[in-house]
Design a binder for this molecule. Structure first.
Ligand code: TEU
Length: 547
């Protein structure tokens, strides 16, 4: 660990199912993570975040937990997890677990009890409401399509499920339930984990159950008691301990995120928000093909950067995760090898100069593009499969729907990690659960490690810079040229130092910006020299002392 201050850390996110398979099952496992610790250590990340590895029927790949205390045998055993923690700690890497406490799987014992009868002691652990057979309690929509309410024949009531029907929302009003959650989190703290990522934690407080003019979001997003609950969670579990926390916040606001993360409030260390990733959702619609709105991207990122800095909050900064398409295909360009490498490095430098905790999602560090699936049977994600049906029902032509999934599906990030040029990219000796990306023979970790000019070494260098230059962690943020259609420019300032990041997001040459100080030592760049203008995707981080 480079520093004791969690703020200086960089996190590497692992989606174990698609990371590295050691058993030949075709699905990644915990031993696969152990095997790659040296790789992560070489990259330099301080933490790994493991997406859920608990017992689960896997309808939503582990975000549907059926037992919080057990490891899904598909991923290995608790001994494997123990060994992973020990070996990670020996390597100076800390481990964050993903905790899903907005909902559980309907296969969880609590839900089995809860749904068994209205009088069961666990009934109130979930959200049950009256409705009639064909009219649910409210018109809220599930985030994965369809109604957010599921009818239960036996009790003639509905339970709330904001995600898949097999993911039932917990009732945080229930004190017993909350205590059981705290016990469980303390169990994992005692087990030795170093941090938590809390899944959709800003949805836990539901306020009022009325019909909505939209999907229902206003009733449960950053709900009335959410800060009270998160504060209570903090006080009963990780608060005051050396545990790093990040909350995943769905459709949140800056004001709420300042509250979630202000150190005096004892809620969470940091937050993920997704506003900057919705810049290719025209009119809020994800399932379309649209170029991203670059000006909007900058405005949103910078608005959050400045406001969170000024209000003493803390952002997680990221382009990718297991729910998002690959950034090089999305905000960069992957049509030629040169564009892929240049734009992946551009995106890396542009992001890692920002204030907050940087997250790198497996494969991002080698510039993995979207896998370019061509058939519907290559998609596995419940959200994508539902979206496919909905778009087809609306009459969209199958080719068009596949193009949309090819750009937007969550499976774009879930294709297997490309380790080398051998069959299935070295991910498995068996049949992979999901197809390997088309370009694995050329784009893989073995190749990236060999080539000193690869995207990998840009990420490695960026982590070194973050550890070395305090200004990257603590400096404030000043945006420039917000209306420029090519350049993303900002300055960081800290005592007597300045860092300037200049990123050309386009594959054309443009002049150096006016009114921006472009002097200083080049800490990192994606070109070897400096010329009169900025070449396609040219990006640099400049450092100077102002004495
Ligand atoms: O995601 C929450 C969430 O709302 C999204 O990122 C979601 O995937 C997107 O809106 C769909 O378009 C978290 C997890 O990261 C995700 O994998 C889970 O499926 C979801 O919660 C439910 O637990």
């Amino acid at each position: 660990m480079a520093s004791n201050d969690w703020r200086k850390s960089v996190v590497y996110q692992i989606y174990p199912k698609s990371f590295n398979d050691t058993s030949g099952s075709g699905q990644g496992d915990i031993r696969g993570v152990i095997e790659k610790l040296d790789y992560i250590r070489f990259l330099g990340a301080d933490y790994i975040w493991l997406t859920p590895i608990y017992e689960s029927p896997m309808y939503d790949n582990g975000y549907d937990i059926s037992n919080y205390y057990e490891v899904n045998p598909q991923f290995g055993t608790k001994d494997d997890l123990r060994e992973l923690l020990d070996k990670a700690h020996d390597a100076g890497i800390r481990v964050m677990m993903d905790i899903v406490i907005n909902h559980t799987s309907t296969a969880h014992q609590w839900f089995v009890e809860s749904s068994s009868s209205k009088d069961n002691a666990y009934r109130d652990y979930y959200i049950w409401k009256d409705g009639t057979y064909d009219v649910p309690p409210t018109n809220w929509e599930s985030k994965f399509g369809g109604s957010a309410w599921e009818y239960d024949d036996d009790s003639n009531q509905y339970y709330l499920s904001l995600f898949d029907v097999t993911q039932a929302d917990l009732n945080w009003e229930n004190e017993d339930m909350r205590q059981k959650i705290y016990e469980m989190i303390n169990y994992w703290i005692d087990f030795g984990v170093d941090g938590f990522r809390f899944d959709v934690i800003n949805l836990i407080s539901k306020g009022g159950f009325k019909d909505s003019d939209g999907e229902g979001k206003e009733f449960y997003t950053d709900g009335p008691k959410v800060h009270e609950y998160i504060h209570e969670l903090n006080r009963h579990t990780f608060g005051g301990r050396d545990i790093m926390t990040v909350g995943e916040m769905s459709s949140t606001t800056i004001d709420h995120c300042l509250k979630y993360t202000h150190p005096d409030r004892n809620e969470l260390n940091s937050v993920f928000n997704f506003h900057h990733l919705k810049v290719d959702y025209p009119g809020g619609e994800k399932w379309t093909l649209a170029a991203f709105d670059f000006i909007k991207l900058k405005r949103i990122l910078m608005e959050w950067q400045v406001a969170m800095d000024e209000g003493n909050g803390w952002n997680a900064i990221f382009w990718c995760n297991h729910d998002q398409p690959r950034v090089v295909s999305r905000f960069g360009k992957d049509d030629t090898e040169e564009n892929r490498v240049k734009s992946a490095k551009m995106l890396a430098i542009a992001l890692h100069g920002l204030k907050g905790t940087p997250y790198i999602y497996q494969g991002e560090e080698i510039g993995m593009p979207n896998p370019k699936y061509e058939r519907i049977d290559q998609y596995k994600d419940v959200e994508s499969l539902n979206a496919f049906d909905t778009m087809r029902e609306k009459g969209l032509d199958a080719r068009m729907v596949l193009d949309i999934l090819g750009a937007k599906s969550r499976d774009n990030s879930r294709s297997p990690m490309q380790w080398d040029s051998s069959r299935y990219g070295g991910f498995t000796e068996g049949e992979p659960w999901i197809s390997v990306g088309k370009d694995y023979e050329k784009i893989n970790a073995a190749q990236a490690l060999e080539d000193k000019n690869s995207v990998f070494y840009t990420y490695k260098k960026l982590i070194e810079l973050r550890h070395h230059y305090d200004i990257l962690t603590y400096g404030d943020v000043k945006p420039y040229l917000l209306d420029d259609d090519h350049l993303f420019v900002y300055e960081r300032n800290y005592s007597e130092e300045t860092i300037t990041v200049i990123a050309n997001f386009r594959d054309v040459k443009v002049p150096y910006p006016q009114g921006v100080n472009t002097e200083g030592e080049v800490l990192i760049s994606n070109y070897d020299d400096k010329v009169a203008g900025l070449r396609p995707f040219e990006t640099m981080m400049l450092y100077r002392q102002n004495r």
